[in-house]
Design a protein around this ligand. Structure first.
Ligand code: PLP
Length: 462
């Protein structure tokens, strides 16, 4: 009764992110009611292993009482403090210091946001300000990677290079450009790491020339692993090579660690895996493990000093009411403590089990590619392994496979391209990981039995 009326209320009033509005009205909402560890329960009592940690964010897992206690304590003591007028709160100051302490190199300055999109959006404002401060306002062209995701703000959606975020929205802007993704599985340069890196560097050189040379180029954006583009893992050394290329040419380099940060790939920040010190790093999601909203921009010394000197006695006009929110910061501090008191370590162990299990599915007739690092992984399904032919669109992978996994007690991300994405909480037990793998196998076998999938496989073979 309750859940039926909720479904109707949702249909009538709640707009869902990145959804077909009519499609959602037809399918109706699935209401989640509780969660513990890596398990979520829906309004019908169905229990599922959350193989996607909400939206790759609940890294600490559900039901962590100490996080709830930290938020409660902070709400009682001081539920809000602005950062305007040189005011502040202890948890925000401490969290900024703890992040700076752990972040690579001289990323010593932290601007807190409400999530990842406004963190990316803030970098665009800071970068423009930086180049103005240096007397080079013409360095106003931004480059990102195809299949990249950098959020859904008006400006960030143009750095995002996924068609659904552009169509009908008038982005990208003319100053936003892309180069092809490294997408190893389908890279025209073949699977060789060095060839892929060389191809990306060449593409960047060409793009810079196209937009008027280095004197026009403001910044380059990349995720250490492209998440929403289908969990695309670059070759080892790719990120470092691009970072070095940018550094040598004075192009600001933004590492978007909104998904990869906070243990998702193993360490606290994926950039440390290749010893990269970007000029900016954006984080969110695992920063508060999804318990409350928060994101951050980490800014290097030289960028901070240039902006500060450029502004002099004037205010740098960028701010949000909820920047450095004390409750979010208190949660961030407790989440960080949990990561460093066993969760990161458990994530590495669970990630190895997940990756080994997914790799063992490589022989399944539908699995074309297995990729990932730590607790961030994907299977790419195909109907012809040699030709890498995707599942037929008629098989509607994002809906059918998601629904099927759901019925099997598993939450995954099912991309329309037939990629299955995994980002489980770092607290997963061996049994949780095994359940993810068993239920994936079941879902794959059921999909293999679909008449339209079988037909597509047969017609490829002919
Ligand atoms: N950047 C990356 C790499 C992301 O994956 C996301 C979200 O998934 C964002 C930015 C945007 O973050 P949010 O959804 O918190 O605004």
């Amino acid at each position: 009764m309750l859940s039926n009326s909720l479904i109707e209320l949702d249909r009538a009033h709640l707009i869902h992110p990145v959804a077909s509005y009519h499609g959602h009205e037809a399918s109706g909402v699935r209401v989640l009611t509780s969660a513990k560890g890596a398990t979520v329960t829906d309004a019908t009592g169905h229990q599922l292993v959350d193989g996607f940690a909400g939206l790759w964010c609940v890294n600490a897992g559900y039901g962590q009482d100490s996080i709830v206690a930290a938020a409660t304590r902070q709400m009682r003591e001081l539920p809000y403090a602005t950062g305007y007028f040189s005011l502040g709160s202890e948890p925000a100051i401490r969290l900024a210091a703890e992040l700076a302490d752990r972040a690579p190199g001289d990323l010593n300055h932290v601007y807190f946001t409400l999530g990842g999109s406004d963190a990316v959006d803030s970098t665009v404002r800071f970068i423009r300000y930086y180049w103005h401060a240096l007397g080079k306002p013409e360095r106003d062209q931004f480059i990102s990677l195809q299949s990249g995701y950098h959020g859904s703000s008006t400006v960030g959606a143009g750095l995002t290079a996924l068609p659904a975020f552009h169509a009908g929205f008038g982005v990208p802007f003319t100053w936003q450009h892309t180069i092809p993704s490294h997408y190893v599985y389908r890279n025209p340069a073949g699977p060789d790491d060095r060839a892929i890196i060389a191809t990306s560097i060449a593409a960047l050189e060409t793009k810079i020339a196209e937009i008027g040379g280095l004197e026009r180029c403001a910044a380059f954006y990349a995720e250490p692993i492209q998440g929403s583009g289908g969990v695309l893992v670059p070759p080892t050394g790719w990120m470092k090579a691009i970072r070095d290329f940018c550094k040598a040419r004075g192009i600001l380099f933004v590492a978007d660690e909104v998904i990869t940060g906070f243990g998702r790939t193993g360490p606290l920040f994926a950039c440390t895996e290749e010893d990269i010190v970007p000029d900016f790093m954006t984080v969110a999601k695992g920063l508060t493990s999804g318990y409350v909203p928060m994101g951050a921009v980490l800014m290097s010394d030289h960028v901070y000093n240039t902006i500060a000197d450029g502004a002099g006695a004037s205010a740098v006009g960028h701010g949000y009411t909820y920047s450095a929110h004390p409750v979010s910061a208190a949660v961030g501090l407790e989440v960080l403590r949990l990561y460093e008191n066993g969760l990161l370590e458990n994530g590495v162990k669970a990630g190895a089990r997940l990756m080994a299990g997914l790799r063992s599915l490589k022989d399944h007739p539908l699995v074309g590619d297995v990729r990932g690092r730590g607790m961030l992984a994907a299977l790419e399904l195909v109907v012809d392994k040699e030709r890498k032919t995707p599942l037929p669109a008629a098989a509607d992978p994002s809906r059918r496979i998601f629904d099927r996994a759901w019925s099997n007690g598993l939450v995954i991300r099912a991309f329309p391209t037939g990629v299955l994405g995994y980002a489980p909480p770092l607290c997963c037990t061996d049994a949780d990981i095994d359940a993810i793998l068993d239920r994936t196998q079941m879902t794959l076998d059921q999909t293999l039995a679909d008449p339209d999938v079988r037909e597509a496989m047969r017609s490829r073979a002919r």
